[in-house]
Design a protein around this ligand. Sequence first.
Ligand code: SAM
Ligand code: SF4
Length: 329
Amino acid sequence: MLADTFGRVATDLRVSLTDRCNLRCAYCMPEEGLQWLAKPDLLTDEEIVRLVSIAVTDLGITEVRFTGGEPLLRPGLVGIVAQCAALKPRPRMSLTTNGIALRRTAAALAEAGLDRVNISLDTLRPDVFRRLTRRDRHHDVMEGLQAARQAGLTPVKVNAVLMRGLNDDEAPELLTWAIQNGFELRFIEQMPLDAQHGWKREGMITAAEILASLQAHFQLTPEGERERGSAPAERWIVDGGPHRVGVIASVTRPFCSACDRTRLTADGQVRTCLFATEETDLRGALRSGASGEEIAALWKRAMWGKKAGAGLDAPDFEQPDRPMSAIGG
Ligand code: SAM
Ligand code: SF4
C-alpha cells in the first residue's frame, strides 16, 4: 500500500505522458511555450506500463488517470491504455485532455479500454477561447466533446477555470450548456502552478464567487460529505436534481486530509502532491535494472514522506519549480 504518516492511502495514480501541449492556456504556460523535456528523458511506453503495472499489482492502485501536458500528443497512448487494461486487477482508467484530438481518437481509446475522459473547456465563446488559450481551436474541442460522448467515454466531465476579466461571467452559461449536453461540469480554482509564476491570490476567482454567480440562476443544494469521499470536487445538486455541478476549491477550501493521489511525471519522478517540492526518481531505478520489488519499495518510501497539506497558506509557501503542465494536472 502507498500509505503516509497521516493515515492516508493513495489508490489513485496520475500519470503524465508528456509535458508538451498544443494550447497555451494563460493560467498554465506562457504564449511562447516552455523548454520541453528531452525525448531520452521521457519514460518510454514500456517503462510507463511497467510502472503502472507495479502500482496496480503491488501497491494497491485502483484508478489510473493519464494526463500531461496534452496526453493526446503522445503517439503511443492507445497502446499504453490497452496494455494497462490487460493488467490484473484491471485499473479504472481515465484521461484528462484539452479534447482537441479526441475527434480522431475517442473511439480507439474506448476500444482500448479507457473508461472516461475529463475535458477542459473554459468558455463557450470562440473569441474568448482564442484569447485564453492563444489558439483558435474552440471548434475542435467542441467536436472532441461530442466524440467522447459518442464513444461512451462517460460520464464526460468538463473542467473549467475562470479568469478575471476573461471568462469570469460565464459560469451560469457553462452550467446550462453542460446540463443540456449531459456533461458533468466542475470549476477549478486557479492554482499557483503556472510556469510564468504570475498567479496572485487577489486575481483568482474563488469558489465563493463561482457559487454566488451560479446561485443567481440556479438553486444549489450541497451534496454532502458521504457522496464526496476522497474526490477533490465539492458537488452541488442543481435545481433539485438530477444534475450536479462541482467546484474544486484547492486554494480556498483544500481537501488534503482525504487526498488519495500519487503522481508520476513524464520523466519518471514520483510526486506526492501537485505542490511537492521533492521528487523520487523511478526512471533512474528502472534504467539501472531495479526489480519490481525495489521500485515498489522506493515508491512506498516516497509516499510515506507525503506532507499533511499543500501548504498554500503557510508563510514559507513556495511555488514548485515544475509547472502544472510538467507535473501532470
Ligand atoms: N492538457 C490537458 C488539459 O488541459 O485538460 C491535461 C493537463 S492540464 C495541466 C489538467 C487540468 O489542469 C486542466 O483542466 C487545466 O484547466 C488545469 N489547470 C492547468 N493549470 C491550472 C492552474 N494554474 N490552476 C488550476 N487548474 C489548472
Ligand atoms: Fe495545455 Fe492543458 Fe496547460 Fe492548457 S491546461 S496549456 S491544454 S496542458
